[in-house]
Design a protein around this ligand. Structure first.
Ligand code: 5GP
Ligand code: ZN
Length: 113
C-alpha cells in the first residue's frame, strides 16, 4: 500500500534502524521505545492486523515470532521479553500494518495498561 508507513519502511523509502531483514520480514527499532529493547517485527506483505495475516498467511505470522526470538537473543534478553500484537483502536493500534512488538530489557509489569 503506497500510503502505509510500515510498507514505506519495508521498502526502504522511510528511514528506520533495521535490526533484521529477509525476503518476507523486516524488524526495526521503535521510534518511541517503551523499554530498552523495543523492536517492531513486520511482514513485507501489507495486512491490517494479526487476524488478517493469520487468515491470509498463517505461516508468516508464525515466522514473525521466530524473528522476534532472534531479535531477543541478539539483544541479550535471556531473562525474558514480551510480544504484543495490538489489534484495533481499543487496543491502541495506531499503524494499520500488522506489527509484533518485542519489548524487553526491564521488568515488565502485568496486567498491561
Ligand atoms: P501500535 O500502537 O500501532 O501497536 O504501534 C505502533 C508503533 O509504531 C508505536 O510504538 C510507535 O512508536 C511506532 N512508530 C510510529 N511511527 C514510527 C516510525 O516512523 N518509525 C518507527 N521506527 N516507529 C514508529
Ligand atoms: Zn503496509
Amino acid at each position: 500500500m503506497s500510503d502505509c508507513l510500515f510498507c514505506g519502511i519495508a521498502a526502504g523509502e522511510i528511514p528506520a534502524e533495521i535490526v533484521y531483514s529477509d525476503g518476507a520480514i523486516v524488524a526495526f527499532r521503535d521510534l518511541n521505545p517503551q523499554a530498552p529493547t523495543h523492536v517492531l517485527v513486520i511482514p513485507r506483505e501489507h495486512h491490517v492486523d494479526a487476524a488478517h495475516l493469520a487468515a491470509a498467511n498463517p505461516a508468516l505470522l508464525g515466522r514473525l515470532a521466530g524473528v522476534a526470538a532472534e531479535v531477543a537473543e541478539s539483544d541479550g534478553l535471556g531473562g525474558g521479553y514480551r510480544l504484543v500484537l495490538n489489534s484495533g483502536a481499543d487496543a491502541g493500534q495506531t499503524v494499520n500494518h500488522v506489527h509484533l512488538h518485542v519489548l524487553g530489557g526491564r521488568h515488565l509489569s502485568w496486567p498491561p495498561g
